[in-house]
Design a protein around this ligand. Structure first.
Ligand SMILES: [Fe+2]
Ligand SMILES: [Fe+2]
Length: 189
């Protein structure tokens, strides 16, 4: 699919603010793909579609999680996580995207997962550091992302976990599994 067509489809699903965020994620994902030798076209499409399901009603998201075989325990954790797996399903069903790597990058962009692919890492990180993001620690991760993708991811997950702990919020176990996996297997060259 051409990016113009993808953007047109996504624009209808999002608020203006979220669409601007999506454009930022797209730019960032393309530059990370260049830097780390990933497929730029796939990075672009995954970024465009990553928040496709962000504004679907909670009831619809719940129904899709239960009926499409996504882990049920997602429903016991922050609803912010749901749009990622639900998005991977709807992007295939409604926009006709079938590339499994793109769908996985959408699916795991909130929780991560152990053994993330290069494309999954790029989308996760692009979502975190796109130019419209302003929060403590984001510049440090931006800088790390230019040097070492895994170290940047580790830092961003540390920040996320600490943020949730300080707010007395639960942390989805996959986020810990992702963190541990990256620490054990990181590429530090
Ligand atoms: Fe998202
Ligand atoms: Fe996002």
């Amino acid at each position: 699919m051409e990016s113009e067509k993808a953007l047109e489809l996504v624009k209808k699903q999002l608020t203006d603010h979220r669409y601007q965020h999506t454009l930022g994620v797209m730019e960032t994902a393309i530059s990370l793909a260049k830097l780390y030798d990933a497929d730029e076209k796939k990075a672009e499409l995954a970024a465009i579609f990553h928040d496709y399901a962000k504004f679907r009603p909670k009831e619809e998201m719940k129904e899709i999680i239960l009926s499409q075989g996504f882990p049920r325990d997602l429903l016991d954790y922050n609803a912010e996580l749901w749009h990622a797996p639900v998005g991977s399903y709807l992007v295939e069903k409604e926009a006709g995207v079938t590339d499994p790597e793109i769908l996985a990058a959408i699916r795991f962009h909130t929780s991560g997962r152990p053994g993330m692919t290069l494309l999954e890492k790029i989308i996760y990180l692009a979502d975190y550091i796109e130019p419209g993001r302003h929060f403590p620690g984001v510049d440090e991760v931006r800088e790390l992302a230019r040097k070492n993708l895994d170290l940047a991811l580790i830092k961003s997950i540390q920040n996320t976990i600490i943020f949730l702990l300080k707010k007395n919020q639960t942390v989805y176990p996959d986020t810990f599994y992702t963190y541990n996996d990256l620490l054990k297997n990181r590429r530090i060259d």
